[in-house]
Structure formats: structure tokens, C-alpha cells
Ligand binder design. Sequence first.
Ligand code: SF4
Ligand code: SF4
Ligand code: SF4
Length: 318
Amino acid sequence: MQALAELKEQIRQALPELDVVIGWQQGYDALHTSPLFIRSEEDLEKLVVNEFCVVNPASYLREMRGGKKVGLVLKGCDSRSVIQLVQEDLLKLEDLTIFGFGCNGVLNHAKLQARFGDIGYIKSIENSGASVTIEVDENKETVPFSELCADKCLTCSYPNTLQCTHFAGEESSKEAESEQDKALEEFEKLSMEERFSFWQDQMRRCIRCYACRNACPMCVCKDHCLANSRETKWLSEEVDVQNNFMFQLIHVMHLTGRCVECGECERACPMDIPIMLLRRKMAGVVRDVFAYNAGTNAEETPPLMCFKVEEPTIEERH
Ligand code: SF4
Ligand code: SF4
Ligand code: SF4
């Protein structure tokens, strides 16, 4: 892949000035990559860029405060979390070196498993952008990419890394399949009672492992999270529907206007709870009310971080 060779060369040249560059390496099987912390040219050889590079390397920035010079290899969606952190004055773009590329989407494990069963070993995988050909054991199948990709890739409008220091390869021309969030639209056709009952059932399954919070690149107050605090009476450590619900609603509210819809929270959930429905709902509300897409313009002040006597995007109601 041309972008990978260029990325490696760009990182190789920048490495002497950086403490670490975070990217991806091959994981324990063909379906997984794991984070790669590049500190030497030897580490750099392990770098991979493919449709299994799902983890957002920017999630590690929370643990890397303290004057470190950090480089990041970021997909378009990942770069939005960095920009949003810059907008919130939690990071400075000039302290980071961002290596970008054109992304054609990542694959979703649950969809792969639903299609091919438990895949232990993949002989080969080819992605043309429109379709993906996978060879598993004796079977070789070609499936439209949109049937196997992460949901976020279906509506992605930012496949090219935003505000990067270096860009490798050609820009992606991938377009959103649809602007409609069909799953959310279907959910909103349900009555209030049905929706409430749906979330009660989901929250009954939540084991409050906090994987959704820990995977979120925007959850920056993790060490002081009221979910773990003994100081407030907002919720207890009890794992039950009521407290789980309260935790999720607090999480969603803390992310309103900040959530970059990277999907890491839902992907990290071991119980497959569709918590992105809540986040996408609120992101849609912020888009409708403030015409604001989180993490797309480092110069912009997020709407919930400023006060305007007259909100230009809200029609006065009499
Ligand atoms: S959401 Fe966009 S940038 Fe992110 S993985 Fe999918 S296509 Fe790539
Ligand atoms: S990751 Fe899933 S199970 Fe764990 S706290 Fe979040 S919603 Fe609950
Ligand atoms: S709440 Fe979920 S989708 Fe939103 S920024 Fe955090 S991990 Fe990404």
C-alpha cells in the first residue's frame, strides 16, 4: 500500500524529534490490530494500516500529559477527537505531529462473524473500496463493503485526516452512503413506553465495566469521574438498571456537543449494548440546534462552551 510506505518514511524522518508515535500493528490474529508505540526505526517496521485499524490512537493522549512530543497516525474520524480536544483547550495542535492518510473504512467484527461464523484464520483479504473479498478456509467470498463495515463508515463525511502535519498517499474519495441514521429513525418510531422498556432491557445487561468510558477519547475527567466518586450521591456502585441508566445518561450528557461519533464506546462494550443510539441522537440535536459538527474545525468554539445572547441558529419562539 502506497500510503503505508509514505507514512513510514514520514515517521522515520520525524522520529528523532518525537518521544513516541502511536499507530497500529498486527494483532493476535488476522482480524485484529493492536496499538503500536513507535520509539525506534525497529518499531516502525511493525506499522500496519488496514481495515482492521479500528482503535483510535488519540485515546492514549489522556495518559500522555507532561510535555511529551507525541506523533499520531490517525484516520479521519480519529482526527476529529484531537481537534475537539484542541477546541476545548485541552491540547495544542503545535505539540502534536499528526500523520494522516485517506481512509476507505474499517470492518466490523460482529458483521464479519454473522456472515462467516467464527473466523480463526483469514487466508487473504482484498478491499477494492466497493467490495471486500475474504478467503476463509476453502471459501472465498466477495461482499459489498457496506455490508461489513463499521456503521460509522456508512455515514462518514471525513475519511481524510483533518489538520494533519503530514499526509500520505492519495486522498480518499469515499462518500457517505447516506446522511440518514436509519437505525435511529427506526428507534424513534417506537412509542415512549417501548423506548423506555428497550433501554431498561439494555441496562439490565450492562455490567458497569466502564469500557465505554475508558475507550472514549473525549472522556478526559476519567480520574475524577463521578461514577467512581464517593463524594456525590448521583449514583452508587450498585450494578442495577437504575444506576446503570444514570451512569449512561450522565456519560451521554457529558459528551453532548463533544462526542465525535467515533464509535469506540460501543465497540468496546463487551455486552454489545447499542449505546451509540444515545450518542448519535444527541449529536443530531447539536447539529440541528447549533449547526455544529464536533471536532471538525480547530478554530471554532464548541457551542456549549460559549454563551451568546442571541443564538444565530436558534429561531426565537414567541
Ligand atoms: S468513519 Fe470514516 S475515517 Fe473513520 S474508519 Fe470509517 S471511513 Fe475511515
Ligand atoms: S461498556 Fe457496556 S457493559 Fe460496560 S459499562 Fe459500558 S455499556 Fe455497560
Ligand atoms: S462517546 Fe463514544 S462515539 Fe462519542 S467520542 Fe466517546 S467513544 Fe467516541
